[in-house]
Structure formats: structure tokens, C-alpha cells
Design a binder for this molecule. Structure first.
Ligand SMILES: *[C@@H]1O[C@H](CO)[C@@H](O)[C@H](O)[C@H]1NC(C)=O
Ligand SMILES: *[C@@H]1O[C@H](CO)[C@@H](O)[C@H](O)[C@H]1NC(C)=O
Ligand SMILES: *[C@@H]1O[C@H](CO)[C@@H](O)[C@H](O)[C@H]1NC(C)=O
Ligand SMILES: *[C@@H]1O[C@H](CO)[C@@H](O)[C@H](O)[C@H]1NC(C)=O
Ligand SMILES: *[C@@H]1O[C@H](CO)[C@@H](O)[C@H](O)[C@H]1NC(C)=O
Ligand SMILES: *[C@@H]1O[C@H](CO)[C@@H](O)[C@H](O)[C@H]1NC(C)=O
Ligand SMILES: *[C@@H]1O[C@H](CO)[C@@H](O)[C@H](O)[C@H]1NC(C)=O
Ligand SMILES: *[C@@H]1O[C@H](CO)[C@@H](O)[C@H](O)[C@H]1NC(C)=O
Length: 667
């Protein structure tokens, strides 16, 4: 009897959870992790789709996996509901819809059939506006309105925990509460002992976090133990206006920083805006022209202090919103016209994530854009991680590519790297771009020489910046000389796909090097170095002819390029073909393009074409490089298979580059 009552209850509870848990639509798809606030390597928080993609009932995660709690309650006619995070102790709202664009993640919630909430997380992306792009801040807007007609008494609560401020949960957090001159209320939270340029679990050990909202009449605040603060809201619908000054470890009686706003009687829609951001004055250490110097965050050149920057950002929401909508519309219409809805599913998820790997530093005379190699080893300014990133800069703002390449040129041209080939990265761990004076980086000489030549020309062509080519001619020529010696018959070495191991005579790697030489032929001609232009043009053409003999399994059915020379039963994604089209070199005959377009469908798995014949995994970036230069039908195949994986994967981290083309997992 007892058993059957329990079973019955369990069935009811399961039924209720099922109803609410499965009620949401996901547009265009439910990604493996939903970007919530993704602005830079240190400000990068996601909603893992572990619970199915529901904002209520799951803690948010920093990209590296640790929780960065961000909590929301709403009280309707005295009953509290959870709308964000997983604090427990109340009903959850019922999520009806989720939708993402390139800059926004939007949720629609039904709260007990009484009110509706529209919740928008917006991470602005302003590649054409360095002032705004330099601010590592994001928006959260909550709109509430009556759902059933009559008005309801509504109070809204949000908090962040101290987990945001440092990766070592036993480190001491400190905080303060303030109100700016223009009435922005803020909690400022930070690691008490600031460790400049230091990280723990990939979170920064320095800088100040600002969690802010408008200081409206009915706003109350409180800092203190998580349960204490949240219970105050659940019971009273307001907070105590008190600041707990017992500064303590992040994990000691978990301090949280709450806001409550009493919206009063709600019928028509009423909105509340919050902003969250990270302010670091010094951001990067860089071994440039004058030796190792600290570089400041670029926002420090535009604003007198942190408070000014905070106010600007908070008050900029209308402009930021329309700029974001314009960008969303551009990416949407371009993606749809090129590759249809599946392509838009990928591009709109990629945009924030791509820019969220970097940040702008410097001053009004000299800016740099530094990138972190996220979720592998944390290298800074990795050339072969910039390479898959650079097409979005070509598309949105090519001038930013110069800011990414500049630090690499500056370090090496100052004689701080002893090798004759291009360096792999500018430092073993972000934010220390302190180089490799001993030349002991993870060497991928052929790969990186080719990448640097291709990307330098890609930038110069799009901006018509011949001066840049003149400025760097000597080192570009040195790298070209390396390619002339090494590219056609590649020694045993790793490519960018270092996890696949080293191999001699890699067909795709050789192609990258030859295209690098072809790029230098154009560079030489553009800069009036005619003799070099003739020489490099001839070499590139000769090498491409030889390469077609060495790297193509002509007798195979169907014919295709091999993984390595002479290995006729091997194959791989020939993603380096992209550079030939990107730079308009015309080195390769159309027959090579056509051959690969015909071949890929014959080795495709459920979720993609494998990177090569040794494994079932593939890379999403290289698949899309291959797609970019494939026939329409093969392009569609490559795009749709990756979009399908995004929709069906059982992984729960930010969109990946490396995944299994046969299953819903990684490798
Ligand atoms: C909330 O979002 C839904 C779509 O999910 C939309 O129909 C509704 O108009 C939105 N409400 C407000 C107030 O923006
Ligand atoms: C960067 O270098 C500083 C020393 O200048 C060091 O204290 C810090 O731990 C380094 N950061 C990382 C992430 O390795
Ligand atoms: C503040 O809250 C009171 C009590 O709920 C309500 O009557 C009033 O309309 C609210 N004021 C504002 C500005 O929302
Ligand atoms: C701007 O940055 C450059 C490069 O770091 C530096 O050489 C220069 O002194 C800076 N200028 C000012 C005004 O700080
Ligand atoms: C690499 O390819 C070249 C050209 O076919 C060949 O001469 C050489 O033996 C190959 N190297 C190895 C180690 O197979
Ligand atoms: C460079 O210029 C030379 C001489 O005019 C020409 O023969 C060659 O084809 C050019 N190369 C490229 C890649 O445009
Ligand atoms: C590989 O194919 C090429 C042409 O397609 C042929 O010349 C060569 O003999 C083949 N190599 C082997 C080992 O079968
Ligand atoms: C995504 O997968 C779900 C099943 O999990 C399916 O119902 C839906 O149609 C798929 N969406 C797209 C766009 O493929």
C-alpha cells in the first residue's frame, strides 16, 4: 500500500516535472551549452544543457566547468519561484521558449500561470567600435507582465555568488556596495589579495567584478550568506539593505550579492536591467619592442575610472540593443543566403564564443587584441588557433586581424625568438605573452609559417594596407625561405592537429606551406619586389604541380588527396585548400576542388566527414573550411552534419571544435 502511494506520488511528481521540464521550445536548436555572458577568457559563463537547457534548476558554469552561481527568484502574490540557477527551496518557473541569436540568449517563462517573464542575456559584440568592445560587460534584462489579465504583486530577486571572482574557492573575497552619481546601484566584488596576471583554474586572480542595476525607489540590496539573503527575499519580498563585512573565503558560508526590486502591481510589461562585468586595469604582460611591459585594458583609455565605465555601459542599453540587433540581422541574412538555417545555427552560436576568447588592450595610439587558447593548454596568441578565428574577422572587421597579428610580429622582429620559422604562440599561458627567448615553444614550423603568410595577406587585401606588407617584408621573406626548403617534402612533424600525432609527408600540411609561398608571391608583387614576385610565383606553381602528383591517389575510386604521400588508401580533410580561394591565388586547378567535393560524401559519417582515416573524430572548424570551398551539395552536407551534432550531442560544454563524427560525443 505504502509502495503504491509512493509510486503514485512519484508518478505525479514525475508528471509535473515532465510537463514543466519538456515544455520549452528551442530555437533554432538547443545547443550543448547556452551562452549567458561570454565576453572574454575570464568573463565566460554558460548554462550547461545538462538538465535539458532550462535556466531554472541548473547552476551556470565558467567555460572550464566550475560553478559561477547566478540566481533569480520572482515572488508573485507572495509565492516565490526560482527562475535562474539551482538554489532549491521554491517552485521553479515553467520555461516556455528559448531562442538564441548572435548576441542574445532569450528565455520566456510562465510563472504559475499568472505572469510571464522575458529574460534576455546580451553579450554585445561591436567589432567596429573599440570603445564598446573594450568593456568586458554584459546585460541581463528581465521583462515581467501579467499573463492572465489581472495585475499581480511582483518582486524580483537576483544575486551573484563570490565564485565569479576567483578560481580558488578558498581564497578570500572582499566586497562593497555603492551607488553612482547617476543612480546605478552596484555590488563590487573581488579577490581580497590581488594576484596580478595570475590564474587559478583559468579564472583570473585579479580585477573587480561589478554587478549592477538602477537604484529605483523600490530597490533593496543585501550581501551575506546565500541562504540568509535568499530567505529574506522569499519571506519578505525585499532585502535588508545591509552589507555583511565579514570578508571570507568564497566557499565559507557562501557570500552572495543580492538585489531585490519591488515591481508593485504588474499588469503591463515592466522591465529591469542588470549588468555584470569585470574590470582589470592591467590585463596582459607582453614581451614587445621594449621588453616585457604590462599592457592596460583598452577601456582605461576611454574612461576615467571603473565607475565611469560602469555608468556608461549601464546607460548604453538602448544603443547596445539596436547595434546588437543590426549585427544579429546581418549574420542571419548572410548565413541564410549562403548556407541556410543549419549554417545560421552554427554561425549565430559561434560569434560570441569566438570573440569571447579575446580582449582588447593598449591605448589610443596602439591597440592589441589578445586571444587565449581556451580548453586546451591556455597558450596566448597561438597562431594556429588564430587561423580558424580569422575568417570571422575577415567578415566583420578585418582591421582587428592586424591587432591580433601585431604582437607576434613585434616580438619576433625585436629579435626575441631565435628560430628562422614562425613561432607557435606568444607564451605558454594567458595573460603572459612573454614569448620564448630560448625558442622552446611547441613547434609547428610549416603550419605557422603558412598561417602567418596567409593571414597577413588576407588582412592586407581587405584593408588595402600595403604599408603593412612593407613593414613586415623581411620576416615574411624569412618564413617564405623556410617554406621553400621544407614545404614540398614535409619532414616528420605535427600539424595544428597535434593530438593526431606526427607524420611525415602530410599532404594537407604541404599544401598550407605551398599556399604560403603563393601568398608571398602576391605580397612581393604588391610591394614592388618584382624579382621576388617572379621567383615565388614560379616556385609556388612548380610545387603545386609536384604536389598534385605526390598527394593525390589518382587511381583510387573515387580519386582524392591522401593523408600522406604515397599512402593511397588514406584520406583527410583538405582544409588548407581554403587559403587558395580566400586569397584569390588561383594556384590550384578547379579539378582538385571538384575531386574533393565528390570524395567527401563517400567517407561521411552521421555527424561529419572524419578529419582523416585514422580516427572517427573530426574538427568543426576544418569541416567548415572544407565546406567553404566545396560544391553546393557537399557544402550543405558538411554544414548540416555539424548542425545536427550541435542539436543532438549529449555533451554539455560550449560548442566544440573536436568531436566524434559517428556519435553524439567528443572522441
Ligand atoms: C515574450 O516573449 C514571447 C515569445 O517567446 C513574445 O511572444 C512576447 O511578446 C514577449 N513579451 C514581451 C513583453 O516582450
Ligand atoms: C604570469 O606571470 C606572473 C609573473 O610575472 C606569474 O606570477 C603568473 O602566475 C603568470 N600567470 C600564469 C597564468 O601563468
Ligand atoms: C513600490 O512598491 C510599492 C508596494 O508594492 C508599490 O505600490 C509601488 O507602486 C512601487 N513603486 C514603484 C516605483 O514601482
Ligand atoms: C601606448 O602604448 C604603446 C605600446 O604599448 C606605448 O609604447 C606608448 O607609450 C603608450 N602611449 C601612452 C600615451 O601611454
Ligand atoms: C616523402 O615523400 C618523398 C617524395 O615522395 C619521398 O621521396 C620520401 O621518401 C618520403 N619520406 C618518407 C619518410 O616516406
Ligand atoms: C607577380 O608579378 C610577376 C611579374 O609581373 C608575374 O609574372 C607573376 O605572375 C605575378 N605573380 C602573382 C602571384 O601575381
Ligand atoms: C598510388 O597511386 C599512384 C597514382 O594514383 C600510383 O602511381 C602509385 O603507384 C600508387 N602507390 C601505391 C603504393 O600503390
Ligand atoms: C533537434 O533535435 C530534436 C530531437 O532531439 C528534433 O525534434 C528537432 O527537430 C531537431 N531540430 C533540428 C533543427 O534539427
Amino acid at each position: 500500500m505504502k509502495f503504491s502511494i509512493l509510486a503514485f506520488t512519484a508518478a505525479c511528481v514525475a508528471g509535473v516535472q515532465l510537463a514543466s521540464a519538456r515544455a520549452s521550445t528551442f530555437t533554432p536548436v538547443r545547443p550543448p551549452a547556452i551562452p549567458l555572458a561570454v565576453k572574454s577568457p575570464y568573463f565566460n559563463t554558460w548554462l550547461s544543457a545538462g538538465n535539458g537547457g532550462y535556466l531554472a534548476g541548473e547552476w551556470q558554469q565558467f567555460w572550464a566547468g566550475q560553478t559561477t552561481a547566478w540566481t533569480g527568484f520572482i515572488r508573485v502574490d507572495g509565492t516565490p519561484y526560482i527562475w535562474m540557477g539551482n538554489p532549491g527551496g521554491a517552485l521553479t518557473v515553467s520555461q516556455k521558449a528559448f531562442e538564441y541569436t548572435s548576441t542574445k540568449s532569450m528565455f520566456t517563462m510562465n510563472v504559475g500561470g499568472l505572469v510571464e517573464m522575458n529574460i534576455t542575456f546580451m553579450s554585445p559584440l561591436t567589432p567596429n567600435d573599440q570603445k564598446r568592445q573594450s568593456l568586458l560587460f554584459s546585460y541581463l534584462e528581465v521583462v515581467v507582465q501579467s499573463l492572465d489579465g489581472p495585475s499581480h504583486e511582483v518582486q524580483l530577486y537576483t544575486d551573484i555568488s563570490a565564485e565569479w571572482v576567483a578560481g580558488d574557492r578558498s581564497s578570500i573575497a572582499q566586497w562593497e556596495y555603492g551607488v553612482t552619481g547617476d543612480q546605478i546601484a552596484y555590488h563590487k566584488v573581488y579577490r581580497q589579495t590581488q594576484l596580478l596576471f595570475s590564474e587559478t583554474n583559468d579564472q583570473a586572480d585579479w580585477g573587480h567584478w561589478y554587478w549592477a542595476t538602477k537604484n529605483v525607489n523600490n530597490l533593496t540590496f543585501q550581501s551575506g550568506q546565500n541562504k540568509l539573503v535568499r530567505n529574506a527575499f522569499k519571506r519578505n519580498g525585499k532585502l535588508d539593505d545591509t552589507n555583511d563585512v565579514n570578508y571570507r573565503a568564497i566557499n565559507n558560508d557562501h557570500p552572495v550579492f543580492g538585489f531585490s526590486v519591488d515591481l508593485g502591481s504588474v499588469t503591463e510589461s515592466i522591465n529591469t536591467l542588470y549588468t555584470l562585468g569585470l574590470m582589470q586595469e592591467d590585463a596582459i604582460q607582453f614581451d614587445g619592442e621594449t621588453g616585457i611591459v604590462p599592457l592596460t585594458s583598452l577601456w582605461t583609455s576611454y574612461f576615467l575610472n571603473e565607475i565611469d565605465a560602469l555608468s556608461f555601459f549601464y546607460n548604453d542599453y538602448a544603443t547596445a540593443g539596436s547595434t546588437a540587433s543590426t549585427l544579429d540581422a546581418k549574420i542571419s541574412s548572410d548565413s541564410l543566403s549562403i548556407g541556410g538555417q543549419d549554417y545560421l545555427t552554427i554561425t549565430s552560436l559561434s560569434a560570441r564564443q569566438a570573440f569571447g576568447a579575446g580582449q582588447l588592450v593598449g591605448n589610443l595610439t596602439k591597440q592589441y587584441f589578445f586571444l587565449k587558447e581556451i580548453s586546451s593548454d591556455g597558450n596566448i596568441q597561438t597562431v594556429d588557433a588564430i587561423f580558424p578565428f580569422h575568417p570571422i574577422l575577415n567578415y566583420l572587421q578585418p582591421s582587428l586581424l592586424k591587432l591580433v597579428l601585431d604582437p607576434l610580429f613585434e616580438n619576433q622582429e625585436s629579435g626575441r625568438y631565435p628560430n628562422t620559422f614562425s613561432m607557435h604562440d606568444l607564451g605558454s599561458h594567458y595573460p603572459n605573452a612573454t614569448g620564448y627567448a630560448a625558442g622552446n615553444d611547441e613547434q609547428q614550423p610549416l603550419e605557422e609559417c603558412g598561417n602567418m603568410l596567409i593571414m597577413t595577406l588576407a588582412y592586407a587585401q581587405r584593408i588595402s594596407d600595403t604599408a603593412y606588407l612593407n613593414q613586415h617584408y623581411a620576416i615574411l621573406k624569412r618564413w617564405t625561405q623556410y617554406l621553400i626548403t621544407e614545404a614540398l617534402i614535409p619532414a616528420n612533424q605535427i600539424s595544428t592537429d597535434d593530438f593526431a600525432g606526427s607524420l611525415v609527408n602530410q599532404t594537407n600540411l604541404a599544401l598550407k606551406g605551398i599556399i604560403g609561398i603563393g601568398a608571398m608571391a602576391v605580397i612581393a608583387n604588391m610591394t614592388g619586389n618584382t624579382a621576388d614576385g617572379v621567383k615565388y610565383t614560379n616556385i609556388a606553381n612548380d610545387y603545386i604541380n609536384e604536389w598534385q602528383v605526390l598527394g593525390i591517389a589518382t587511381d583510387a575510386l573515387p580519386a582524392h588527396t591522401t593523408l600522406g604521400y604515397g599512402l593511397n588508401d588514406t584520406h583527410g580533410l583538405l582544409y588548407n585548400l581554403y587559403g587558395d580561394t580566400e586569397l584569390n591565388l588561383g594556384l590550384l586547378p578547379q579539378s582538385v576542388y571538384d575531386m574533393q567535393s565528390s570524395f567527401y560524401p563517400t567517407v561521411a559519417n552521421k555527424y561529419g566527414v572524419p578529419l582523416d582515416n585514422r580516427h572517427s573524430y573530426t574538427k568543426s572548424d576544418w569541416s567548415l573550411f572544407a565546406a567553404a570551398v566545396a560544391s553546393t551539395s557537399t557544402q550543405h552536407l558538411l554544414i548540416s552534419k555539424f548542425a545536427k551534432w550541435i542539436n543532438e550531442t549529449t555533451t554539455h560544454e560550449a560548442m566544440t571544435d573536436l568531436y566524434d563524427a559517428r556519435s553524439k560525443g567528443y572522441v
